[in-house]
Write a protein that binds this ligand. Structure first.
Ligand code: KG4
Ligand code: ZN
Length: 341
């Protein structure tokens, strides 16, 4: 079975073809980062318009790369939510238009389920069950995953998401959008002793997170430093921020593993690309005999492959999940816990 995946929930247009017997056949991505950089963040209307421009050329690209004819597609999976309403509508409209034209069944996929299952696309995928840390621009959640569609929320952020805290703190340091990779790189030059920033909810008796205070701590430090801030000051603050963030994420993951009795940890979402987080998790897990699984770097951030893949897994579990229904609606807000198989 060949599934076409269409992702357009934010500022990346992703298309991919996944074959349940051969694996990923092709995937193509267009990132709008350069366009939004000028505004310091994603401009929803510009994002929607750009998805319209990119979707069909990317479709042609994946068809060409995979060498398959469009009529060989068995089902089309598109990101139905959560995300930016206008951006989601473009992907849904493109996907359902294609489905109608090709007479193929459709399947709306939950973006976070795509992220959550993306580590299973790796060469050495984890087996179920596992603990998953989902750390993206919009979400920070710890979940126990028993199988496809069987997710239990263990804890989540009460305010900012981890990626959001990265982006907002990077902005305070005068770094561009998206701030995660930039602040991570700068932190490598920083002195870990210079700024000890708060570790929010580190000792709380639950698995929830809170990152808005950490961002405010960055603002407070920035405001105390005489302008212009030196490059070393900025690196030191970046280091203080990254160390605090990593400490909290690592500690909560270890607690979740300990309480659940599970030994496998899966990291998904854009912040999962962060090298300090990976180093911290690997060290803590090795000490305790746990194994950490990551998606391939290119599948950490938004992409079409994870949507095609999640769609294919859902269809394997329930062939009736895809329908020849071409009227569509999107769900900009859609809690993962509401998903059923
Ligand atoms: O998963 P994703 O592509 O989109 C959402 O679904 O939100 O995640 C994007 C987020 C952004 O906040 C970005 O700054 C962050 O992931 N990010 C990183 C890194 N690469 C991307 N944060 C820290 N370190 C990185 N290397
Ligand atoms: Zn995402």
């Amino acid at each position: 079975m060949i599934v076409l995946g269409v992702e357009s929930s934010c500022d990346e247009t992703g298309l991919a073809l996944y074959d349940t017997s051969q694996g990923l056949l092709a995937h193509a991505l267009y990132s709008q980062v350069a366009m939004h950089q000028e505004y310091g963040g994603v401009v929803p209307e510009l994002a929607s318009r750009d998805h319209i421009r990119r979707a069909i050329p990317l479709l042609r690209q994946v068809l060409q790369e995979s060498g398959i004819d469009r009529h060989s597609i068995d089902a089309i999976a598109y990101t139905q939510g959560p995300g930016l309403a206008g951006a989601l509508l473009v992907g849904a409209a493109v996907a359902c238009g294609l489905g109608l034209a090709l007479d193929k069944p459709m399947l709306g996929v939950h973006h976070l389920e795509g992220h959550l299952l993306s580590p299973l696309l790796a060469a050495a995928p984890p087996a179920f069950p596992f603990i998953a840390l989902l750390v993206s621009g919009g979400h920070t959640q710890l979940m126990q995953v028993e199988g496809v569609g069987r997710y239990t929320l263990l804890g989540e952020t009460l305010d900012d998401a981890a990626g959001e805290a990265f982006d907002k703190s990077a902005k305070l340091l005068g770094l561009g959008y998206p701030g995660g990779p930039a602040i991570s790189l700068l932190a490598e030059q920083g002195d870990p002793q210079a700024y000890q920033l708060p570790r929010p909810m580190l000792h709380a008796k639950n698995l929830d997170f809170s990152f808005s205070g950490l961002k405010t701590a960055v603002l407070t430090v920035v405001n105390k430093i005489p302008v212009p801030m030196s490059e070393q000051d900025r690196a030191n603050i970046a280091r203080g921020f990254v160390d605090a963030m990593v400490d909290v994420l690592v500690a909560k993951c270890m607690t979740a593993l300990k309480h659940s009795g599970l030994r496998r940890l899966v990291i998904a979402g854009g912040v999962g690309a962060n090298r300090q987080l990976r180093a911290g998790l690997n060290a803590a897990a090795a000490k305790r005999g746990y194994t950490v699984y990551y998606p391939e770097l290119e599948f950490c951030t938004d992409n079409g492959a994870m949507i095609a893949f999640a769609g294919a897994l859902r269809l394997q579990a329930n062939p009736d999940a895809a329908r020849r229904e071409y009227g569509f609606s999107v769900r900009p807000r859609w809690p993962l816990q509401e998903l059923v198989l």
